[in-house]
Design a binder for this molecule. Structure first.
Ligand code: SF4
Length: 332
């Protein structure tokens, strides 16, 4: 029992807390003195991962814009006037050629995203071919296509899909401030369909959308208390986009962001915690603190769907300065 955490908390033999988590337990950790929080997150990180290796993923938008959902942060929603030009689903061979380039540049996981509410039957053949083609390059595959039913998830699993990304975005309490066209429960249903099909779950959220710290904590509690915690947990820092309802959201304070990463690491010790959108607005020092707090995955490449991302050279330089190496696929 870890006395700092209160009498009701269950713990493993090392004294670390175990799920199911309550908000109070998570909040107590989040509010610890920063050095204690980071020490604890780094200790747990070292028990589960090589602390000097980071997994690199590449993300490609295979169908951009014109999305019927109204996510308040997203440039691709047809509800917002962002000036983004919508495009059709990319051709399969083009996607595979892009994946090959990413692999040759060091990425081990290839993520493909389509701005859909959910895939239509007529699109399934193409997305299945994309999964098979990218898998044949020796990469891990990940897709994010919106809501999935059980049958669609089973087809993607059969094609060899390793991961499916579907974020809960924020806490259940704050969710309605951000999205109205699908519910928090819809999101959990898709996650359950993905899990039941045997595909690994990639699920995280976005911070800096005007939420309170308690929303960040509740979001992580929801993730950590899923039947199995997600294998990958992307934590995005909002990039405000003109024309979206969240264009003027107040930015999250960097130390709060690092606390969020540390809490994710502590509550989901075996998950890949991914620094996702928003790295262009982070200093090298802030990213270094995130890696110390337990982040061990990033998106590489100079674009993330429609947003900017540090380029390959910038990341290579940062990793060299920090002594960080890329995680090989076999090591995962
Ligand atoms: S986040 Fe995804 S589902 Fe929401 S509007 Fe953007 S593309 Fe559509």
């Amino acid at each position: 029992m870890n006395a700092e955490l209160g009498p009701n908390l269950t713990s493993d033999p090392l004294g670390w807390a175990l799920p199911p988590w309550t908000r109070e337990e998570a909040q107590a950790i989040y509010d610890q003195p920063f050095n204690d929080l980071l020490f604890r997150a780094q200790t747990i990180h070292r028990e589960n991962f090589d602390p000097n290796r980071v997994q690199l993923s590449r993300l490609l938008s295979i169908k951009t814009g014109g999305c019927p959902e109204d996510c308040g942060y997203c440039s691709q929603s047809a509800h917002h006037e962002t000036g983004l030009k919508a495009s059709k689903l990319m051709e399969v061979q083009r996607v595979i050629a892009e994946a090959r380039k990413a692999r040759d540049a060091g990425a081990t996981r290839y993520c493909m995203g389509a701005a859909w509410r959910s895939p239509k039957e007529r699109d399934m053949e193409a997305v299945v071919a994309m999964v098979e083609g990218v898998k044949a390059l020796g990469m891990e595959t990940c897709m994010t296509l919106g809501m999935l039913d059980l049958e669609q998830a089973a087809r993607l699993k059969q094609a060899g899909l390793d991961y499916y990304n579907h974020n809960i975005d924020t806490s259940e309490r704050y969710y309605g401030e951000v999205i109205s066209t699908r519910s928090f429960a819809d999101r959990l249903d898709t996650l359950e369909n993905v899990r039941q099909s045997g595909i690994k779950v990639c699920c995280g959220g976005i911070v800096g959308m005007g939420e309170e710290p308690v929303d960040r904590i509740d979001m992580l509690v929801t993730l950590a208390n899923l039947p199995e915690p997600p294998d990958s947990v992307p934590i995005n820092m909002l990039i405000p986009i003109a024309g979206t309802p969240l264009a003027d959201a107040s930015p999250i304070e960097p130390i709060e962001f690092v606390r969020t990463i540390a809490l994710a690491r502590i509550m989901m010790p075996k998950s890949y915690i991914r620094l996702s959108a928003g790295r262009t607005a982070m200093s090298d020092e802030m990213q270094a603190l995130c890696f110390f707090a337990g982040a061990n995955s990033v998106f590489v490449g100079d674009t993330l769907l429609t947003a900017g991302n540090p380029g390959q050279d910038e990341d290579a330089l940062l990793f060299r300065r920090l002594g960080i190496e890329r995680m090989e696929l076999e090591a995962e």
